[in-house]
Design a protein around this ligand. Structure first.
Ligand SMILES: NC(=O)c1ccc[n+]([C@@H]2O[C@H](COP(=O)([O-])OP(=O)(O)OC[C@H]3O[C@@H](n4cnc5c(N)ncnc54)[C@H](O)[C@@H]3O)[C@@H](O)[C@H]2O)c1
Ligand SMILES: O=C(O)[C@H](O)COP(=O)(O)O
Length: 602
């Protein structure tokens, strides 16, 4: 029978009386029938050897490192776990191995798909993404399988920004093309005349960690830097001399565009035929974010049409891209194989950041960089479940009502409840409102673990207020109200008497409902999506809007009109199961009495 050394006792000075301080979940079971490698006369210097049958109670967790990780991180991991470094596994091999692992560490090259979680048989406790983007991890599946996902969001920021600047400069001066030409035996000085950066306008799209570092560096190169990020703070931009502008202004005035937003449903193919057509002829584009934010076929068309003079790309929709990819092969495109985070320094930093996060998570500690898995006692979760859903949806609705580039900074949440303040734990609700406010606009995944940290990092201040009402304490909450101060709204009807965006909701028969928008009472269940219309109250409007939606087979789940007084201003809330086409929304907007409308995704 094979025997295993428990590495926790690798230090020969350890004796049975000096047990290693392992966390309880992984502590060694010291049993009488264990065999030792040295005679029992010298117990103080014994190595512990356990038999294969006892190996099932082995103390150390197993961490599978599926992509190359810096040595410093591996060292940290090895102090705590058995580490299996198996690079370049096929998806099938990964699925086979995973059932023997407690943690998995990957970079962007490994798809951690639903099949991986299904194959884990419940053993996998944490997935560590050694980097920022977690678009290669199926988070929904991770959460469903109770697996925590953590990332390393800060250690590669500078490396990515430096690579962005390297691509910007190399592209402007044709470095890669000229290098290839010389290596082919040519000397083409006239062909590779470049363009200067100084005095040119650079539009940074996505003014987060990497985007702001790129902006800072581009200012140092004498560029005029503008940025578009619907959720960035204008103060932070001003502090480094960058003006926040609208998307349209950014793309139409820039000589250079550098992309730094996460890949989300909203940013997918954000640069496409329509947006290329609005750009200055001869614009140059750098992408070190994610390939998917550009429609790559449209970029080839824009290059061929001369709209885009050059592009420099580190990331691709499919990685690696096909060898005959028109984009990669294009003469005026400079490419690198996703090297943004690949500096010695960044990889060491990322390795330490992720190793600490994974070890902490295996110890059961709350991880600041956790991206999923709320940790709440089951009984609290059951009671609060519908309110949790309500909280997240109110956050989502409120943030989608914000217009402009000023950024959401101050959010006030009011809970109306008949319970004593200390008898209602609002941490989970606050976390879910934060999740609703941040997730639609960011690559950050918010849960109970990281909500406050994430809000703080983004300069988002959430204050809570308890309104004690009469009623049965059986019901934890009567209503939740979310107010966003100091912002403009894309739907004036959502602005309260105090000038803040206001939405309020209740749980009715277990289902979250939107019950107030601005000063208007409505009642629409928060399922599917919602169209809000502000109109002059008069007969026939409900019918007109209903028939526009009906003609397109869009199912209306709820419709409710709240008005100040008959024939005065009213807000109509329409719950729809399906997304109406742009054309239908336009037709709704054209109904004469309708003054404004907005479509909100839940
Ligand atoms: N090439 C690489 O190796 C490499 C290295 C690091 C990061 N990245 C990628 O760069 C991107 C940015 O990383 P980060 O660390 O700066 O993330 P971050 O979360 O700090 O910043 C992203 C910013 O994008 C903004 N944003 C969201 N939606 C937007 C929209 N529709 N338009 C404009 N801005 C929008 C967010 O508000 C946020 O400020 C991510 O996609 C990340 O995966 C790539
Ligand atoms: O999102 C990231 O952190 C970067 O894209 C880096 O990815 P990598 O770890 O595969 O280099």
């Amino acid at each position: 029978m094979a025997s295993f050394k428990t590495p926790a006792l690798k230090n020969p000075s350890l004796s049975l009386s000096s047990k290693p301080r392992l966390p309880s979940a992984f502590s060694v079971s010291f049993r009488d029938n264990l065999r030792f490698s040295r005679p029992s006369s010298r117990p103080q210097r014994r190595f512990l050897i356990i038999t294969a049958s006892a190996a099932s109670i082995s103390s150390k967790p197993t961490v599978l490192v599926a992509e190359k990780l810096g040595e410093a991180g591996l060292t940290l991991l090895k102090e705590f776990a058995n580490v299996d470094c198996s690079y370049s596994l096929s998806p099938e091999e990964l699925c086979t191995k995973i059932s023997l692992c407690d943690a998995l560490i990957v970079r962007s090259g490994t798809k951690v798909s639903r099949e991986v979680f299904e194959s884990a048989g419940g053993r996998l406790k944490v997935v560590g993404r050694a980097g920022v983007g977690i678009d290669n991890v199926d988070l929904a599946a991770a959460t469903e399988h109770g697996c925590l996902v953590v990332n390393a969001p800060t250690a590669n920021t500078v490396a990515a920004a430096e690579h962005g600047i390297a691509l910007l400069s190399a592209m402007a001066r044709n470095v890669a093309q000229a290098d290839a030409s010389m290596k082919a035996g040519k000397w083409q000085r006239n062909k590779y005349v470049g363009v200067s950066l100084v005095g040119k306008t650079l539009a940074v799209l996505g003014f987060g960690k990497v985007g702001s570092e790129v902006a800072r560096r581009a200012k140092g190169l004498g560029m005029h830097v503008i940025a578009h990020d619907p959720y960035a703070s204008a103060d932070r931009a001003r502090a480094i001399g960058v003006e926040l502008v609208s998307f349209e202004e950014a793309i139409s005035t820039a000589d250079f565009i550098s992309l730094h937003m996460p890949l989300t449903a909203a940013t997918n193919k954000m640069l496409n035929d329509e947006t290329f057509a609005k750009m200055r002829k001869g614009v140059r584009i750098v992408n070190v974010a994610r390939g998917g934010v550009i429609d790559e076929d449209a970029l080839v068309r824009a290059l061929d049409a001369g709209i885009v003079a050059q592009a420099a790309l580190d990331v691709f929709t499919e990685e690696p891209p096909k060898q005959d990819s028109k984009l990669v092969q294009h003469e005026r495109v400079t490419v690198t194989p996703h090297l943004g985070a690949s500096t010695i320094e960044a990889q060491e930093g990322v390795a330490i950041e992720i190793a600490e996060a994974v070890v902490g998570a295996l110890k059961g500690e709350l991880a600041a960089t956790a991206v999923n898995a709320p940790m709440v006692p089951a009984e609290v979760l059951i009671e609060l479940k519908p309110y949790v859903e309500l909280a997240e949806k109110l956050g989502r609705l409120a943030v989608q009502l914000v217009a402009g580039v000023s950024g959401v900074k101050n959010v006030k949440v009011s809970y109306a409840s008949s319970r004593a303040p200390d008898d209602l734990d609002t941490r989970l609700l606050r976390a879910m409102i934060t999740k609703g406010l941040i997730e639609p606009i960011s690559s950050v995944y918010v849960n109970l673990v990281n909500a406050d940290y994430t809000a703080k990092q983004r300069g988002l201040r959430i204050t809570e207020e308890r309104i004690v009402i009469d009623g049965s304490p059986e019901c934890p909450l009567e209503s939740i109200q979310v107010q966003i101060a100091n912002v403009e709204s894309k739907f004036a009807g959502a602005i309260s008497e105090l000038g803040e965006i206001k939405v309020e909701g209740q749980v009715k028969d277990g289902i979250p409902h939107l019950t107030k928008v601005g000063s208007f009472q409505v009642d629409v269940s928060l399922e599917g999506s919602i169209i809000l219309c502000r109109q002059v109250d008069q007969p026939g409007i409900i019918g007109k809007v209903g028939s526009i939606l009906g003609q397109e087979n869009v199912n209306v789940s709820f419709m409710s009109v709240g008005r100040i007084a008959p024939r005065k201003q009213a807000v109509m809330a329409i719950g729809v199961d399906d997304q109406p086409s742009k054309g239908s929304l336009q037709r709704i907007g054209e109904v004469p009495a309708i003054e404004e409308f907005v479509f909100l995704k839940l």
